[in-house]
Design a protein around this ligand. Structure first.
Ligand code: SAM
Ligand code: SF4
Length: 330
């Protein structure tokens, strides 16, 4: 086994796999309302190819956590089967998905039975009309039902990811937290990042972690959680003395690149060593040309070695990646 180590000594053990760039929502901070081309079907990895690459990562490269994302992973037809096959790998990995929750009501049981450990569900507001404004779809109730089904199926702890947008839901942090606390979901706020397809992000208008803390402080007593943060991106706080917690992922204003342990595989089989990387390494081409597992692992090691020290969002020369979050895999 050779770990995925970069030239700064960081070791990637957490693999994010995008299973599709397609989605049934159109969140304004992620996708344009219309007009985003999907990957052609033949470019997308097949179920067998996805499982083969994950197997290489787990058996040869020390990956210990696999998270399926997208686009919306629940729209990938083979998802339950992929989960079952990855669950069977040795050594065993921690297995989760990040989802918008639509379709979970139907699929949570099958996913749990196939061996999924946990879900993260994205929900930015608990007001149905604001949900529709952000996602451009009227599906709030589906998400609420999906969350309840995940709980019922034992996919715990259930984490909720929330993004605050200026002038849309920027005043709703306490209300979202209260809603999650009432249901036992662990809420984490994510600072909006420059990863939208339409390049509409602005540092001047984004809602910062400081602003989120200021809002929460008015209604809750937050104390830093005692456990060390390690490579986890969320800064965790006990709410009103605990045990409930809230997290803030301040990717922009308090970057945690120095502790990053992630690596990404896109739905078309490209390794990305960072969300913000400007380059990708093609594993699909090698795989389809008949590369052995050892050769695929070697390519993956080379791709990781070149990981940059940080995302450089504050650097004047920063350039947003060519592909949006929905194609990279959030
Ligand atoms: N469709 C699934 C979902 O929404 O959870 C998985 C993919 S989505 C790209 C993964 C996560 O990225 C979501 O929690 C979403 O809120 C977040 N996200 C998307 N665009 C973002 C952006 N520009 N800044 C910060 N987070 C973003
Ligand atoms: Fe779809 Fe997730 Fe992007 Fe929203 S954030 S458009 S749910 S991929």
């Amino acid at each position: 086994m050779q770990p995925l180590v970069d030239r700064y000594g960081r070791v990637a053990t957490d693999l994010r796999v995008s299973l599709t760039d397609r989605c049934n929502l159109r969140c304004s901070y992620c996708m344009p309302a219309e007009g985003l081309d999907w990957l052609p079907g033949e470019d997308q990895l097949t179920d067998d190819e996805v499982v083969r690459l994950i197997t290489v990562a787990v058996e040869r490269l020390g990956v210990r956590e696999v998270r399926f994302t997208g686009g919306e992973p629940l729209v990938r037809r083979g998802l339950v089967d992929i989960v079952r096959r990855v669950r069977a790998l040795d050594p065993e990995v921690e297995l989760s998905i990040t989802s918008n929750g639509i379709g979970l009501a139907r699929m949570a049981g099958a996913l749990a039975e196939a061996g999924l450990d946990r879900v993260n569900v994205s929900l930015d507001t608990v007001r149905s009309e604001v949900f529709q404004e952000i996602t451009r779809r009227d599906r709030f109730t589906d998400v609420v039902e999906g969350l309840a089904a995940a709980e019922e199926a034992g996919l715990r702890p259930i984490k909720v990811n929330g993004v605050l947008l200026r002038g849309v839901n920027d005043d709703q942090a306490p209300e979202l937290l209260r809603w999650c606390l009432e249901r036992g979901y662990q809420l984490r706020f994510i600072e909006q990042m420059p990863l939208d397809a339409q390049h509409g992000w602005s540092r001047d208008t984004m809602v910062t972690a400081d602003e989120i803390f200021a809002q929460l402080d008015r209604e809750f007593a937050l104390t830093p959680a005692t456990e060390p943060r390690g490579s986890a991106p969320a800064e965790l706080f006990l709410v009103d003395g605990g045990p409930a917690t809230v997290g803030v992922i301040a990717s922009v204003t308090r970057p945690f690149c120095g502790d990053c342990d992630r690596v990404r595989l896109t739905a078309d089989g490209q390794v990305r060593n960072c969300l913000f990387a400007r380059e990708e390494s093609d594993l699909r081409g090698a795989l389809r040309a008949g590369a052995s597992d050892a050769e695929l692992a070697e390519r993956w090691l080379v791709a990781m070695a070149g990981k940059a020290a940080g995302h450089g969002i504050d650097d004047p020369t920063f350039l947003q990646p060519d592909r949006p979050m929905s194609a990279i895999g959030g």
